[in-house]
Design a protein around this ligand. Structure first.
Ligand SMILES: Cc1cc2nc3c(=O)[nH]c(=O)nc-3n(C[C@H](O)[C@H](O)[C@H](O)COP(=O)(O)O)c2cc1C
Length: 352
């Protein structure tokens, strides 16, 4: 990146130019059917949108939009505290860069290379006082672990998510992750629905409880299971000994017609009853969305598409600006709803 973008608006403008025909970089990324990315669905390459009709992607935003916040005003003034402890590591916010991978989905090497993309996410999140997660796709090999390299170069500040590949392959990835000193590892257990893995004949599988338990026990790192959308799967995840789950429908990219994550989160939180850490992603675009997810019971959120756009539009500086914007927006949302710290965020803040 020759010129350092100074504002988030500039970053978005750059991304819009580079992602022409792939993503319109609209003010709000909501997956509605008239969006460029959604026009790529139904028989065309998945691109940046959602699978099939695109409803699962759009439902994430719709579910968040349907929730209202209570404005609580009268008290002494305070500065909201957004600090968050993630597996013993202090972060400036309960917001992390999501495990998005595969530049082919957003324009290929001409737009950004996988190496630059991974570095931008990991370094940009770190500059903002948070961390980035890295995903896994058909082009990732143990011998060429883009995401792990980026995390290793950043002193381990990141999370590595592996696709549900063969058991022994996942264990090898976990061993490499231990050497890279990552904060945690995980599996996107919904990843056997991946369009890209299928297109490139990369074997991915459903995993049963016993197999997941074996993976959890194979590493000294905390293990995260990403892609939970039902109370049944959440309860089985608890039994595997995993340290956390991510309530996620993969940004609406693996199964058509799912509800939005904000619609299923509260019931999962209630049923799991504190037995496992719960994170969430899907359609989170503002600090107000973050506050809603936390009030529904998640401990932290992940940002997918907005982090991609920020990396494309401004490299690590773009990602830093995006994350700082979200942190400030969350602080504003907390101030206006009368909550001083993350611990004070409860469902009482929400109205239907
Ligand atoms: C282009 C693209 C690629 C993705 N690749 C991965 C991946 O490799 N691993 C993974 O766990 N999730 C992947 N995801 C899903 C994201 O991690 C996340 O669940 C989702 O994007 C969150 O929704 P949002 O984009 O609305 O914020 C991908 C999403 C997109 C849009």
């Amino acid at each position: 990146m020759s010129e350092e973008p100074l504002t988030l608006n500039q970053v978005r403008k750059n991304a819009k130019a580079k992602m022409k025909g792939i993503c319109g970089v609209f003010g709000v990324c909501d997956g509605e059917p008239n969006r460029i990315c959604q026009g790529n669905s139904y028989g065309k390459p998945l691109g940046f949108g959602g699978i099939g009709s695109g409803e699962s992607f759009a439902n994430n935003s719709r579910a968040l939009k349907a929730i209202r916040l209570k404005m609580n005003l009268i008290s002494e003034h305070f500065i909201p505290d957004t600090n968050y402890n993630f597996f013993g590591h202090e972060l400036a916010m309960p917001i992390m860069g999501g495990s998005v991978s595969g530049v082919n989905s957003f324009g290929g090497d001409k737009v950004i290379t996988e190496v630059d993309f991974c570095n931008a996410v990991i370094q940009g999140c770190k500059l903002a006082g948070s961390i980035g997660w890295r995903g896994d796709t058909y082009s990732y090999k143990l011998a060429c672990p883009y995401g792990l390299n980026a995390i290793a170069e950043s002193d381990g500040s990141g999370v590595k998510i592996v696709k549900p590949r063969e058991q022994e392959v996942i264990k090898e990835y976990f061993k490499c992750a231990e050497q890279s000193k990552v904060y945690a590892v995980g599996i996107d257990i919904d990843g056997f629905g991946s369009y890209m893995m299928a297109k490139h004949n990369c074997p991915v599988f459903r995993k049963n409880q016993k197999e997941l338990k074996e993976l959890v026990q194979s590493t000294t790192l905390p293990v995260i299971l990403k892609g939970i959308m039902t109370v049944e799967d959440a309860l089985m995840a608890v039994k595997t000994g995993a340290s956390a789950i991510v309530v996620s429908n993969h940004g609406g990219r693996v199964l058509d017609c799912t509800p939005g994550t904000a619609s299923v989160l509260a019931e999962i939180v209630k049923t799991v009853d504190g037995k496992i850490k719960i994170l969430v992603d899907g359609g989170v675009r503002t600090g107000f969305d973050v506050l809603k997810m936390l009030a529904l019971g998640a401990e932290a959120v992940l940002i997918g598409r907005d982090i991609v756009r920020a990396a494309i539009g401004g490299g690590s500086r773009g990602v830093q600006l995006q994350m700082e914007y979200l942190q400030k927006d969350l602080a504003k949302a907390m101030l206006m709803t009368g909550v001083r710290s993350l611990q004070d965020i409860t469902p009482v803040l929400l109205m239907k």
